[in-house]
Ligand binder design. Structure first.
Ligand code: BES
Ligand code: MG
Ligand code: ZN
Length: 481
């Protein structure tokens, strides 16, 4: 994982490279330490919508971000993150190693938002570059004056940024490194670093538990499946029964025998464990921040590929909860492994279960990478809190229905249910399938759209986005307060 480090200092060196944040023109005139010519230049740049405005006084760079104080709530917050990311790109273009934040707005939150956009935007995944390191980011330190920061908030921003970038690393790792067993090892390492418990079930235990969905999906793979349990249980937890997070851990999805049609549709399918990455890294952040909330994570993991022993369309599986599933498309594998995990979750008598999965192309087609499709059997308060968290971190949620009629779409001729619906409502039929394995308040997040980006969107860079980490943290933080 690469990004810059935040360095809190008593006083910013006024001669260093500066990133100046302002929300009133008067601040630029009085507080920025600019001369008359520079003020005129910056004002003109603002009129011309240049963001950031760039000044070079011969010895150092000054970047100015001006966002007029209009109180636009979460959209304004997002603007600060995005603009700070643009400033970071300019730092790297100009080969700067250090930048100091100067927040003239008087709002400490603006410091946190800018730091967040900068940390997330300065990420790179360079592990597999052996020669051409020329494109490597140069920015290493971001200095912040402690008087301009809410230090507790800033600390949590650093934690969630590190967790999000760790999720990106996991997602960007190819199958040649990140098998199911390796994913479990990575999670064990995170547990050691942050102080949460990790238990890994290997194939024999998964067989003993009769997780028929996970075992079926794994059958075509040369590598065994894993089922990883994460637990953060602080003494002063605010909740009596845990929040359970379930993450889809398909480390590679070829579609199995219902092979994904080429060209292209398989290229990014190392991202099919993005739900698992979000769950593991959200719990990592919760534990690092020592939030007083009891959280359990469940991560079923496997490849989905064809092979001599692969499961086939027409197969009937007996799942962990004893019900039967007719497989009519081996590419609808995510719901099979999640179903076993959702059934396993029942023993915790959970307050709420949230699953995250790159589950359907249909969800991605419906709303693109701009947000998360969700379905819910939880109460309206929970739904509202989650949607609010989605806005706070700008990982927005839109709700799809779980109407009874959709059950007809997944009726099987010979088993309790089949694993695909028809051409319509593909994200919903996946949700309806999962619902059958729950008996508790439950939220399903289909992150197929935003999990892996074809092109950057501000600090959400190309490739693995780490979507879900900041969302879950923000939601659980509310539960801990
Ligand atoms: N992993 C895919 C869904 C996906 C698609 C994730 C695009 C990210 C980007 C999932 O396992 C899948 O293959 N879903 C099928 C379901 C269908 C066979 C009912 C799909 O969406 O096409
Ligand atoms: Mg699939
Ligand atoms: Zn998949």
């Amino acid at each position: 994982m690469f990004t810059a480090a935040i360095r809190l200092v008593k006083k910013i060196n006024p001669q260093s490279n500066l990133l100046i944040l302002a929300d009133k023109e008067s601040q630029l005139e009085k507080k920025a330490g600019l001369n008359a010519g520079q003020i005129a230049f910056v004002k003109k740049a603002i009129t011309n919508k240049q963001k950031p405005a760039v000044l070079n006084d011969g010895s150092r760079f000054l970047f100015v971000i001006f966002n007029e104080d209009k109180n636009r709530g979460y959209k304004a917050d997002e603007q600060w993150r995005k603009d700070a990311c643009s400033a970071v790109a300019l730092c790297n273009q100009n080969k700067l190693e250090e930048i100091s934040l100067v927040n003239l707005t008087g709002k400490k939150r603006v410091t946190s938002l800018a730091a967040e956009g900068a940390l997330l935007g300065n990420y790179q995944f360079l592990k597999y570059r052996t020669t051409d390191k020329n494109g490597a980011n140069t920015l290493k330190s971001i200095f912040i004056s402690s008087s301009e920061a809410d230090t507790q908030e800033l600390e949590q921003i650093q934690i969630t940024a590190e967790a999000t970038l760790t999720a990106r690393d996991l997602i960007n790792e190819p199958l040649s490194y990140l098998t199911a067993e390796q994913l479990s090892k990575e999670i064990e390492l995170l547990g050691k670093k942050a102080g949460f418990a990790v238990e890994v079930f290997h194939k024999a235990k998964i067989q003993a538990l009769k997780m028929g969905g996970l075992l079926a999906v794994n059958r075509g793979s040369p590598n065994p499946p894993t089922f990883t349990i994460l637990e953060w249980k602080p003494k002063r937890a605010k909740n009596k029964t845990p929040y359970v997070l379930v993450g889809k851990g398909v480390v590679y999805d070829t579609g199995g025998l219902s092979l994904k049609p080429t060209p292209g549709s398989m290229d990014t399918m190392k991202c099919d464990m993005s739900g698992a990455a979000a769950v593991a890294c959200a719990i990592y952040a919760v534990a690092k921040a020592k939030l007083p909330v009891h959280v359990v994570g469940l991560i079923p993991a496997t490849e989905n590929r064809p092979g001599g022993n692969a499961y086939v369309p027409g197969d009937v599986l007996t799942m962990h909860n004893g019900s039967t599933v007719e497989v009519l498309n081996t590419d609808a594998e995510g719901r099979l492994i999640l179903a076993d995990a959702l059934s396993y979750a029942k023993q915790y008598k959970p307050e709420l279960v949230i699953d995250l999965a790159t589950l359907t192309g249909a969800a991605a087609r419906a709303i693109g990478p701009e947000g998360i499709v969700y379905m819910s059997t939880a109460n309206e308060r929970v739904n509202r809190e989650l949607e609010d968290s989605g806005n706070n971190v700008y990982e927005r949620l839109v709700r799809f229905p779980l109407w009874d009629e959709y059950d007809n779409y997944i009726k099987s001729d010979i088993a309790d249910v089949k694993n695909i619906g028809g051409a319509n409502a593909g994200a919903i039929t996946a949700g309806m399938f999962l619902k059958k394995f729950t008996d508790y308040p439950w939220v399903h997040l289909d992150i197929a759209g935003p999990a892996f980006l074809e092109k950057p969107d501000g600090y959400r860079l190309k490739n693995g986005s780490g979507v879900g980490v900041r969302l879950l943290f923000d939601f659980l933080k509310k539960k801990a307060s």
